[in-house]
Design a protein around this ligand. Structure first.
Ligand code: TYM
Length: 335
């Protein structure tokens, strides 16, 4: 019997600001792939968000193409999901402007990412950085997303998207679906390998602190071996007292599907050397097919361009419906 039940919708994006890390993968991208069969999914390279910090043009162009190729490399299928580049779809900037006028200065000022980034880019605290979450709300609301698969660091941005949507609906009737975050249990917050109090981030100056999704097996093993642990020498999950080991356990759990209890059992009486080797090998195996696919996709730039165009055309068509509906409600005269 044909399944006529309507699928729920999901949307998520990633910034093309350098090769994504194992954190991006386990916190978000791995789920994107896992969800594409059961949901109507739209996934984008958020290149409009990326210019809230300065980008070198040539490098930026390369990173956008690489980010797109990487999304295909994790196994996303353009037949099942819409995979596109944000700047190719004009409705995002259009709805963002409108939503800016329905968002309060006070609520944006409370965003922790804005506060953090204003500190780390003190010479360029631009208005785009401030209204970044509004553009993100536009991304989500345009596709009427029910769920947004992200890591825990995006939770606050999701809350503001919900607030903006509810406020708008309260004024004009049901225009937007109220989105919910979809945050994985184990991979929601992968921490730095060198300082487990900080999240793993591709912008970290210490390259040993993160594993990039395209790192070679030797590099992964080396970084894993130098990961900070503790002096207890027992593989036990305790995020407060043993943050380094617990982080490695989370990584191992995401890659193998084993739960913490099982991992503790398997490594009882063994030292950190053995454990780090096992985690490293699991990560190598998880990332190997992605790196191989990536090399293949990057060899055919014409095909990538074609897929980008197709994705953008579909995304434009779908998102235009929401934009038109929104503009009509406000009182605009549609052409
Ligand atoms: P971005 O590009 O920083 O990260 C992409 C995704 O990776 C997740 N992530 C992590 N998860 C676990 N552990 C980590 N250490 C880690 N680091 C990053 C992020 O939570 C994210 O899901 N603002 C977004 C991009 C964006 C977006 C959107 C997301 C733009 N529009 C609309 C969802 C919906 C960002 O900068 O993600």
């Amino acid at each position: 019997m044909e399944n006529t039940e309507k699928k729920k919708k999901i949307l998520s994006c990633i910034q093309p600001t350098g090769t994504p890390t194992l954190g991006n993968y386990l916190g978000a991208l791995k789920n994107w792939k896992a969800l594409e069969d059961d949901f109507d999914a739209a996934y984008a390279v958020a290149d409009l968000h990326a210019i809230t910090v300065r980008q070198e043009p040539q490098q930026f162009r390369k990173q956008i193409i690489e980010a797109y190729a990487l999304l295909l490399s994790i196994g996303l299928s353009p037949e099942k999901s819409i995979v596109f580049v944000q700047s190719h779809v004009p409705t995002h900037a259009q709805l963002a402007w409108i939503l800016n006028c329905y968002t309060q200065f006070g609520e944006m000022s409370r965003m922790t990412q804005f506060k953090d980034k204003s500190r780390s880019h003190a010479d360029n605290i631009n208005v785009g950085l401030f209204s970044y979450p509004v553009l993100m709300a536009a991304d989500i609301l345009l596709y009427q997303a029910d769920f947004v698969p992200v890591g825990a660091d995006q939770k606050q941005h999701l809350e503001i998207a919900r607030d903006i949507a509810s406020r708008f609906n309260g004024m004009y009737g049901n225009v937007f679906t109220i989105p919910e975050p979809y945050i994985p249990k184990a991979g929601a917050r992968i921490m730095s390998l060198q300082d487990p109090a900080k999240k793993m981030s591709k912008s970290d100056e210490n390259t040993k602190s993160f594993i990039s999704m395209l790192d070679k097996p030797e590099t992964i093993m080396k970084k894993m071996r130098s990961a900070v642990t503790d002096s207890e020498a027992s593989v036990r999950f305790d995020e407060e007292l043993k943050p380094g080991v617990s982080n490695l356990m989370n990584i191992y759990s995401c890659c193998t599907g084993l739960d913490h209890e099982q991992i503790e059992k398997d490594f009882a009486g063994k030292g950190y050397g053995d454990f780090k080797t096992a985690v490293g090998e699991a990560v190598v195996e998880e990332l190997r097919p992605i790196r191989e696919n990536f090399e293949m996709y990057m060899k055919d730039q014409a095909m990538l361009k074609e897929m980008m165009t197709k994705g953008a055309d579909i995304a434009t068509r779908i998102s235009q419906r929401t934009l038109d509906k929104t503009m009509k409600k406000i009182g605009y005269v549609l052409k």
